[in-house]
Write a new protein. Structure first.
Length: 86
């Protein structure tokens, strides 16, 4: 867990509140990688390889594919990669 908020003190007892959570170093084979999560959770996955490898990973590694994000300081690269993700 890279970051996690706490349950608000005023949350009703027995509520289904789940804290905002950022997970890092998530890898294939982990449930949070292989299955869709429902809640305020973001999983960060890194890769080593080419731009094509990153796009292939984003497009083909999950049957869900509900959301993706590209983080880079290179705006041209970000536009190109984002346009390649289905």
């Amino acid at each position: 867990v890279l970051y996690e908020t706490s349950v608000p003190e005023n949350a009703p007892e027995g509520s289904s509140f789940f804290p905002v959570t950022v997970l890092s170093n998530v890898e294939k084979g982990m449930r949070v990688y292989d299955e869709e999560t429902f809640g305020p959770i973001v999983s960060l996955t890194s890769f080593s390889g080419s731009e094509k490898d990153a796009v292939d990973l984003a497009n083909n590694d999950s049957p869900y594919g509900l959301g993706s994000a590209v983080y880079t300081k290179d705006e041209e690269l970000a536009d190109r990669v984002a346009a390649s993700i289905c």
